[in-house]
Design a protein around this ligand. Structure first.
Ligand code: PLP
Length: 370
């Protein structure tokens, strides 16, 4: 098959080039302003993003990982604490917990929707548990109501990892302020992506917001006066200006992702060896990823690649199996659901600029190959 017929996993260049002129104008605005860090673009983006999420406050930071780290610190999580995290997630969720000196305690997901199973929280609880960190994985909100109820019962904080869920809804309300703090990433490939690194934390709690503003800026409210040992983790003006240019497209982009997902779900329903993603009642996912399962995943991915269909695995090695976390002593076999998912999941091409012909080519290839 000719290379121009290949279906890329995500055509990020095409995503950006739709806005070439307005992105250039945004860059010019920053150049002309003479203000490059913590200026008007950042505060305007924070207000616009908070409004979009239905949260009272948004605080721009340098990345999604930093958003998680700062959200944990702003909620008082630190050394000696335990944080309940999904066993199946991108490693940043766990890294944030270890960066603040706390211990990640994995909780298995519900295999059907791949998000944290609230019924398994109780068995992971200890006197040191301080917080729960659900992830809205693949763009589908975790089941927040039972998680929030559990946290209230046991005096825990809830920090959400929303790096894949810009615009997703839980019980009709956008993700952004259900828990104590919600961490966002604007890594270029996310549903709302900058042209570099960026992140934010949203919250309804003014004390958490205040603490985040201190922590991201050297722990300083007044220049050269430092109330605590903070970080340099600021969303810069150029990325904020780009994000302000891109935010107005997010709803339409998410609609396109939903349409592609609906076409995949209908077109692949008859492939007996595929397990398709399921959407729980009461949630509206934004399909950051379309992830199916197959018992011979690697062979399937190879057959698809031969036909020019590019797929990715999210994620091939669960965090507890990574050398980085060997010291936690979580043996192979200790988290069987996460381990089965790592061997079976496969992400199909999806993105706002993918056209109907490409979607049909993916479906036809899977009907032949799966
Ligand atoms: C992308 C991502 C992050 C980290 O975001 P960065 O901006 O890359 O630091 C955290 N959690 C999840 C689930 C992600 O997908």
């Amino acid at each position: 098959m000719a290379e121009q017929d290949a279906v890329p996993f995500l055509d990020l260049r095409a995503v950006q080039l739709r806005q070439r002129e307005t992105l250039h104008a945004a860059l010019d605005r920053v150049l002309d302003s003479g203000w490059y860090i913590l200026g008007p673009e950042t505060s305007d983006f924070e207000a616009e993003f908070a409004d979009f999420c239905g949260a009272r406050h948004a605080v721009g930071v340098a990345s999604g990982l930093d958003a998680l780290v700062l959200a944990l610190r702003a909620c008082g999580v630190g050394p000696g604490d335990e944080v309940l995290v999904p066993s199946h997630t991108f490693i940043a969720t766990w890294l944030a917990v270890t960066q603040v000196g706390a211990r990640p305690v994995p909780v298995e997901p519900r295999p059907a929707c791949a998000t944290l199973d609230p019924d398994r929280l109780a068995e992971a609880l200890t006197p040191r548990t301080r917080a729960v960190l659900p992830v809205h994985l693949y763009g589908q909100p975790a089941d927040l109501d039972p998680i929030l109820a559990f946290a209230r019962r046991h005096g825990l904080r809830v920090i959400e990892d929303a790096a894949q869920a810009h615009g997703a809804r839980y019980q009709g309300r956008r993700i952004g302020a259900h828990g104590d703090a919600v961490a966002w990433s604007f890594y270029p490939g996310k549903n709302l992506g900058a042209l570099g690194d960026g992140g934010a934390v949203t919250t309804d709690n003014p004390d958490v917001a205040e603490r985040l503003r201190l922590l991201r800026n050297y722990g300083s409210r007044v220049k050269y006066h430092h109330e605590e040992a903070g970080l340099n983790s600021r969303l810069d003006e150029v990325q904020a200006a780009f994000l302000r240019t891109k935010l107005p497209l997010l709803e339409a982009d998410n609609r396109r992702r939903r349409a592609i997902a609906a076409t995949y779900l209908a077109g692949l329903a008859d492939c007996p060896r595929l397990t398709l993603p399921t959407v729980r009642a009461g949630v509206e996912p934004v399909w950051h990823l379309f992830v199916l399962r197959h018992p011979q995943r690697d062979a399937l991915a190879a057959r698809l690649a031969k036909r020019g269909i590019h797929t990715v695995i999210h994620y091939p090695v669960a965090p507890h199996r990574q050398p980085a976390y060997a010291s936690l002593g979580l043996a192979t076999g200790s988290l069987p659901i996460a381990e089965a998912l790592q061997d079976q999941v496969l992400s199909l091409p999806i993105g706002p600029t993918m056209d109907d012909t490409q979607v049909q080519r993916v479906i036809a290839a899977l009907q032949d190959c799966a």
